[in-house]
Design a protein around this ligand. Sequence first.
Ligand code: CA
Length: 229
Amino acid sequence: MSERDHLIVLVVEDDFSIRRLLQERLGRADILVHAVGCLADARQALSTHRIDLLVLDLGLPDGDGADFVRELRRWSALPILILSARHLEQDKIAALDAGADDYVVKPFPVGELLARIRALTRRVRLEREPPILRFGGCQLDFAARQLTREGGQVRLTPTEFEVLCLLATRAGQVVTYRQLLADVWGADALGQHHYVRIVVGHLRRKLEADPLRPRHLLTETGVGYRFHT
Ligand code: CA
């Protein structure tokens, strides 16, 4: 069987014995597994492989799984199953509110985990493209959090990246100041439209051929912005 006939699962888990157990048991169920131990490797795997589902631990050496779910949900609808030793209701609610689809507490029966994986992936499209958006001479790689222009890497601050991501994932639609402020800066920043204007100004200088006559980051006067590919 080729890669395209298989379900492909990315396991992000820093406990080696669990990683090995999942590789073995999922493999026996004809699931291809990419297993990594940290979030940096997970970003790398997501930008280079087709992945149909993510099994994600919460306590990881380079960050918290729930924050990673929020990051992913800016651009991806990938099914996410949390696998964690944290068993409190508040931990589960926090992860699900962040955008996870399901939650399994360790230690776990592997059969149940497999059943949940199958349930979550029934709607998976098997020919998903790598998450890269091309516009003008630019390539935006959502998973690697990188923008290149004419082949050269463009340095973006985390805030610039988040604003660009939010606009680019809704290409063609108007995104309001309120949506941008709430999503990127948080509820306390509502009304601070100049935060957004400054960041969009910086982004235009970095990715527009003529920042004064933008072709990609368009102003919707008084409302917000619209991204055109
Ligand atoms: Ca862990």
